[in-house]
Write a protein that binds this ligand. Sequence first.
Ligand code: UD1
Ligand code: CA
Length: 444
Amino acid sequence: MTHSSVAVVILAAGKGTRMKSDLPKVLHRLAGRPMIRHVLDAAGRLNPCRVGVVVGPGMDDVAEAAAPAKIFVQTSQAGTADAVRAAAEMLRGFDGDVIVLYGDTPLITTETMMRMVGRQWQGDNPAVVVLGFRPDDPGAYGRLIVTPEGTLEKIVEYADADVAERAVGLCNAGLMVFDGRRMLDLLDRIDANNAKGEYYLTDAVGIARAAGYACAVVEAPEAEVMGVNCRAELAVAEKIIQLRLRRAAMDEGATLIDPDTTYFSPDTKLGRDVVVGPGVFFGPGVRVADKVKIKAFCHLEGVTIAEGATVGPFARLRPGAVIGPAAHVGNFVEIKNGVLAEGAKVNHLTYIGDATIGAKANIGAGTITCNYDGFSKSKTEIGAGAFIGSNSSLVAPVKIGDGAIVGAGSVVVKDVEADALTVARGRQQTYIGWAAKFRATKKK
Ligand code: UD1
Ligand code: CA
């Protein structure tokens, strides 16, 4: 752990024109969550005492997504140093570490930040610590100029770099940590005398060196620092995030039969000895206990599944679905806001909405809980051990008592007592010989 307190500033004023979108760039989603939330969550795990997000004018939707971070508005987009200065009020008098992050660099990890903070209390006392990386193609990234002894001297933006500087492979990832005691003074000395006429935050390094302060570099793998500037990069970032989430699920003891086709949310929780078939999608808010089987091609969101249950193939579990221990949910079953008690079975072609299903109840194929009349939702209660015959419609609000049986094809509109049989369908009538006689008449 660090010996200093940490403040975080996230720059998110850029509109991201290359996304060709009405949505600000940092609100585009990775693993179902806005990019800026990934950055906030990774930084949040350091327990920072202050968190600020710099947005552009009118970016209220970004402010909302970043809550409860403090929002600062950068009125003119005059460069990254100008952006940080918009948050100066938050940094005044702060004497810990200030981490500056970019909202469009969502793959950064807490571990990397931990390697960067607290340095001035460990002896080498740098005013600025910069995250570097060595990309396959250094392109237009800023270059880190390091002496043969390994001290960081300055950062040169690509537009301002000469041929020798452009040949440097060590690039600026964008993440910088400042000694809060010196930061505002350094920022004040940054000017806009450069190719783009912008206030470059990266100039802080050269200025710190000229003032006699040390600066340091920490390196990270390219996959962690890639920036998202267009949809193709968004897709690459999604791939990387999914790889991490799959890896974490397997490390925790789940089997993914075909990990490349399993999609997670950052908050998905899988227990031990869970087996996940190919093509399963975990939306937000899914918790799965030990020894659950999720067969191929299921879509789950806002669901809790208890130990030993089986789900799928082809099941859709929507928010509020609670699947009890050893319960079974089979193919082409949709459950929304429905609670299945222990050992209940809903095996085929069924819609369960706003319902409770008792222990060991059996719901036949094609059962529908009719929960919506076009205006409001109503509840269906099915007792323990009840048996619902196939192709029944349960018109809510309605209660089926414990151990009751509903005849197949029923449309149930009234409550059914425990242990009763209810049959609600046209009575079957049979006319012996009628069909043969009919054909004989027609042939004449
Ligand atoms: C920046 C770095 C470069 C580094 C690269 C890594 C500077 C001067 N250059 O370049 O060394 O290699 O990132 O990806 O910092 N922003 C604002 N307000 C502004 C300008 C930018 O909030 O006035 C925000 C953007 O929304 C973005 C971030 O700062 O999230 C980076 O800005 P961008 O213009 O993308 O910088 P790069 O040219 O990529
Ligand atoms: Ca960028």
